[in-house]
Design a protein around this ligand. Sequence first.
Ligand code: ADP
Ligand code: MG
Length: 589
Amino acid sequence: MIATEPTSSSEIKSSSEMESSNGNKPAATDGFHLVVDALKLNGIDTIYGVAGIPITDLARLAQAEGIRFIGFRHEQSAGNAAAIAGYLTQKPGICLTVSAPGFLNGLVAVANATTNGFPMIQISGSSDREIVDLQQGDYEELDQMNAAKPYTKAAFRVNKPEDIGVGIARAIRAAVSGRPGGVYLDLPAEVLGAALDANVGVDSLVRVVDPAPRQIPAPESIERALDLVASAERPLIILGKGAAYSQADSDIRSFIEKTGIPYLPMSMAKGLLPDNHPQSAAAARSLVLAEADVIMLIGARLNWLLAHGKAPRWSPTTRFVQVDISPTEMDSNRPIAAPVIADIGSAMSAFLSMLKPGQIQPQTAWIKTIAERKQHNIERMAVRLNANPSPMNFSSALRAVRDFLADKPDIYVVNEGANTLDFGRDIIDMQQPRKRLDSGTWGVMGIGMGYAIGAAVTSGKPVVAIEGDSAFGFSGMEIETICRYSLPIVTVIFNNGGIYRGDDVNRSGGADPSPTILMRSARYDKLIEAFGGTGYHVTDPQGLTKALAEAVASGKPAVVNCVIDPTAGTESGHLQTLNPTSQIGSGRK
Ligand code: ADP
Ligand code: MG
């Protein structure tokens, strides 16, 4: 956790002091040491990054001073690891990058963190300010702070070493307070290398007190919300990843169980209550979205993932409670009748303490309707899941993964792809909070290995990453990182030989493959063998189960090349409506 106790400068044992050869005379310090001291003072224990000019010595020094440095092959994956570490721990994940191109590579991850509400800080070295500002053509010249601004929650630059403490303090607060997000901190090379009197340095450091203060809801907002929910005939709760982030797991569960209201988890909120909970309406999703008369959003936004709350999927007369830390989220897509602005922990405990006995009594007719639809849908899905087509498809392969994971709730599941994501979300049950990490708000590809590494490093627990063959390619080189740090990550690649599917053709009749085709013959399992890991090549569910069991039990890095039917999968997965098709004949067949 971030330190919350104030301290005096005399308590700080600075790395530069330890290097002092003269006991009485104050030693000098410099920007490098001050950054490390400031991070340590604020409880930062891990940095994810890629070394190079001008931050190589910063990475070395951080490691020498006891901060764990995880070195990646590409900054985007380092940033993704930092972001997911932030989501899991509520501490800002730190990503360290080199100037210009390295900075830009990391920026994608910071932008993704901001979009998802994950607290992270990208710290980047940068080139000489005077030369950059006059555009005189410096090595890796780029005005990085201004480039970062549109994609971050906040961006800061430190221009003198005695401001490093303040810069890091501001970055930490910006990342974790309110709606968390990605923050950029620019450290020019000359600031890192600048010398400073050690005492002045120590006195300039800031230990951030209460960086993410509780935000207590107004009692009248709680009362208004409870009244609205109590008036409902068909109430529904939607849990989002903000609810998972808040770590108010037991209060969320008690509120749902006390009120008996059916709930729907967004994908990263799966496991907040176990997916087999009787009140879960996940298997009746379309029905509850269309028919609920009052919906209580807890840490979930009415964005594209919820069809913006609009018809035809949603009823135009539904009324909303929204619990969120960000006041400006209200009314963004639908009018919010009962906004509750608070951190979710404080909001849930207020709901529990203000809820009167018997105030909320869900209609039995509503519960019965949901139960019937669930039963019907579960039976329909069972037919698909229990089929054993040859070659195997998404359903039969994911059935093997689901059954394997069923008695191992501790395992983190990372999931990205198109069909691999959509089927994976529906088929794999989660039993514990914050164990499912996926493409998130942007539906982005490329988070896979970064999230897997961040989760393994943060928790020490095993990770199973379920990757589409296309999705895997965006971060696949990090397999070397996984092997170098010996992380317990098993990557299962659903190899159908393409983006969406593997049977598309070149409409010109030429020899080049179609734009969506990848090599189905690719032996992803051999890739990890190059780095000393274990590869498995499987073609049926039994083989997949066996590979998973062996790989997870070993606790070592492994890749499972899971070959599935190239005709399995649909274009754009579940997002077909978002993909315009050509009107003049060259569109999909
Ligand atoms: P999902 O995609 O799962 O629906 P979103 O990322 O769209 O989730 O929404 C998460 C919401 O949770 C955001 O609006 C964010 O402001 C809010 N949030 C994040 N952390 C907290 C917290 N600790 N307390 C209250 N709201 C939070
Ligand atoms: Mg594919």
